[in-house]
Design a protein around this ligand. Structure first.
Ligand SMILES: Cc1ncc(COP(=O)(O)O)c(C=O)c1O
Length: 394
């Protein structure tokens, strides 16, 4: 009795792992968790206070589908200040998280069988979202030597008359790679020439360590017109559970997305939106503290991996993940199924370490850990990985 589309998507591997960890915790079993993509900081107090004040001031009614006027204004100001792009208020749609922003965008642009190009490794939900909306994911095999960043030639090879959009995740989840302006320019040029929408997922934009972040829409007026910028507060203001994201696009797309959202969800919680005004306008110092902490952890983690000869990593320049090449362990593990899943299952069952198999991101020779965890937990997790390798070799 279910819709056919329910059978073409697979449940989220990452959510599956956290459910398993929670179940072990419920049984009183302690697990070292480096799996979840969530800041290990609390939401800043002033953001919480803004939400409490909104409740007491009875700001709890329906509002406009595309979001509160005050929040859209804060987003427009932020995009101008931080990203150097000018938008009008009616080009912003406030959503329930970045995930919802992406589904709004796909709903607004996809016709059945339209193709969406997805560079591998990808954020785990992109292909499933495209399939759910009757589109066809087309995968690009990016190269580890390019830190898995998409190259214009790789994109060109896959463009067809059905190509509607391409995902660019910058900084990347799962690799932490950050594109420079020079790396983005040829990709964006190709998208403009071929009239392909750029789904610019910039949810980790604030978390970069070495290079300045370039927002794709800032490259030119034409780039802005073809780009659907996806962003939100889950990572930058540690507001994962509040569910607040947004898109910045051209007016036509914004109006379509606003209409879609108006029928499907109305708008994100008004209380969350008032909290978001505070987060966008007044939480720069809180974000800086979080990013400085990730930065120093990143440096320590890179050093730790230098001592593990069987594993290599892609140097992360942003976000809070490390993507680890585990292919050398294939010499010791034989499985007919997913290799990375087997490694992660063994780590969880025998060493009580939760990490994410690369298969969740489309690449089975890798695993992902997060350093959005305290240094003690990170060290314990990496020690457990070392122990696992030593035991494999016995
Ligand atoms: C690349 C990327 N995009 C989007 C999201 C979704 O963010 P949100 O929690 O705001 O829906 C995530 C969350 O992990 C992510 O890593």
């Amino acid at each position: 009795m279910l819709a056919n589309k329910t059978s073409i998507i697979s449940p989220s591997v990452t959510i599956g792992i956290s459910t398993k960890v929670k179940e072990l915790n419920r049984q009183g079993i302690e697990v070292t968790s480096l799996s979840i993509g969530e800041p290990d900081f609390f939401t800043p107090d002033k953001v919480k206070q803004a939400a409490i004040e909104a409740i007491h001031a009875n700001k709890t009614k329906y509002d406009s589908a595309s979001g509160l006027f005050e929040l859209k204004q804060a987003i427009v100001d932020k995009l101008k200040r931080d990203n150097h792009v000018s938008y009008d208020l009616d080009e912003i749609v406030v959503t329930s998280g970045a995930k919802h922003a992406i589904s709004n965008a796909l709903l607004a642009i996809l016709n059945p069988n339209d193709e969406v190009i997805i560079p591998k490794p990808y954020w785990t939900s992109y292909p499933e979202m495209v399939k759910l909306l009757n589109g066809t994911p087309v995968f690009v095999n990016t190269k580890e030597e390019n830190s898995f960043k998409l190259q214009a030639a790789e994109l060109k090879a896959l463009i067809s008359n059905k190509t509607k959009a391409v995902f660019i995740t910058n900084p990347s989840n799962p690799t932490g790679a950050v594109y420079t302006k020079e790396e983005l320019e040829p990709i964006v040029k190709m998208c403009i020439e071929n009239q392909i929408y750029i789904l610019a997922d910039e949810i980790y934009e604030k978390i970069t360590f070495d290079d300045d972040f370039t927002s794709i829409a800032s490259l030119s007026e034409e780039a802005k017109n073809m780009t659907i910028t996806i962003n939100g507060l889950s990572k930058s203001a540690s507001m994962t559970g509040w569910r607040l994201g947004y898109t910045a696009t051209n007016k036509k797309l914004a109006s379509a997305m606003s209409a879609i959202q108006g029928h499907l969800v109305s708008h994100p919680s008004t209380i969350t939106q008032w909290a978001a005004v505070e987060a966008i306008n007044n939480c720069e110092a809180d974000t800086k503290h979080m990013v400085d902490t990730y930065h120093s952890r990143r440096n320590e983690v890179i050093q730790m991996f230098e001592d593990i000869e069987d594993l290599s990593i892609v140097r992360p320049d942003g976000a809070f993940y490390v993507f680890i090449n585990i292919s050398k362990l294939k010499a010791y593990i034989d499985t007919p199924d997913s290799f990375s899943l087997e490694v992660c299952n063994r780590l969880l069952d025998d060493y009580r370490l939760a990490i994410v198999p690369g298969i969740a991101f489309g690449l089975d020779d890798y695993v992902r850990i997060t350093y959005a965890a305290d240094m003690e937990t990170i060290k314990t997790g990496i020690e457990k990985m070392k122990q696992f390798i030593n035991d494999l070799k016995k």
